[in-house]
Design a protein. Sequence first.
Length: 64
Amino acid sequence: MNSPHPDAENLLTPSEVAALFRVDPKTVTRWAKAGKIGSIRTLGGHRRFRESEVMDLLGGSGGE
């Protein structure tokens, strides 16, 4: 399978991020609004999250 842009970042939905962190998807949305995690908006207004950033947060220090 070739993606149209080989350098394109894999994006995750709030539900996918929530499953990784074992929290509710609404919590992920609150984190994005608070600036704790970066998000991208689709043309339809939905949030998407960079997989690399999410994985860094999962493996990072998590000092909260």
